[in-house]
Design a protein around this ligand. Sequence first.
Ligand code: N2P
Length: 363
Amino acid sequence: MKNSLLGLFVALAVSAAPAARAAERTINIFNWSDYIDPKVLEDFTRETGVKVVYDTYDSNEILETRLLAGNAGYDVVVPSATFLQREIKAGVYQTLDKSKLTNAKNVWPEIAARLARYDPGAAYAVDYMWFTTGIAYNVKKIKSRLRDKPMTSWDQVLRPDNLRKFADCGVYVLDSPEDLFSIALNYLKLDPNSKNANDIRRAADLLAGLRHFVKKFHSSEYINALANGDICLAIGWAGDSFQARNRAREAGNGVEIAYVIPQEGALMSLDALAIPKDAPHPGDAHLFIDYLLRPDVAARNTKATNFANGVLASRPLIDKEIAENPAIYPDEATMKRLFTVTAPDPALQKIITREWTRVKTGR
Ligand code: N2P
């Protein structure tokens, strides 16, 4: 009797154990804000049983500080390619187990090839989204201030005399030295990827001249600020700018937002999915990345964020309004105007950080 009771307990314990473990499966995701369809996270949990603890950031610098401090507890993070490149060198990521990424067959070869310049052999990351940095603006407010001239050139925002015209209706600029220095260098007809300290100082001089007309340097608040009419101009990312346009439309508040890739060209960036070396749940991290590479899931994330994704097979599933918008999915002519950058070495990074502080504070 005793033995059979014990046997029953053991049998119960054994059969309950997998269920209990399954209920506890969790992954910790650290991603950019406004960068996923929240329903995708719910569906992932429903389909896999893995709960998602989700936290957001709005700058590579924040992510990098956490990663370098170690033991941040993240399973999947989303660095931009340049940061990925130097973080791989710093040893913060683990190589991906491709056998667990069955949906990797869906990636966009051209985008994967671009990312491989930062991650040779595509060992550590796959592309999530890719995009440009351009000018988002309130159509009515800009029209009156430009006296009906169209917004087409960086000249209209990077010259203090021009930016001055928009100061009264509110200007935000990304708090991202990589974006702003490459844009300024390109505008000055220097190499946007210059690794020369003097070039960086010249770009900083240009940008510092704009500070008085900038209400805020910030990399996520501009979405709502544009949508509700608090600001009229932002140097921002494509998808975020179209999210602002859509939020204004949904609010029916009469605010019309447009986004332009100026004629002089714009920075094109890639954001990648990667797994930190110390990720507590690497198996489920792969499961999550593989889920994001599913064409229908990638299409939903693009629909929600207005960012182009790295999954070619998702394109036929994306509404024409997005898939055929050359400011989101640049056509060949637009592509020619885009430039890309690589990571600076630590010595130049120090100069960039110092010069960026000077741009923002004047000191
Ligand atoms: C999402 C911004 C992602 C683009 N709001 C910058 N990496």
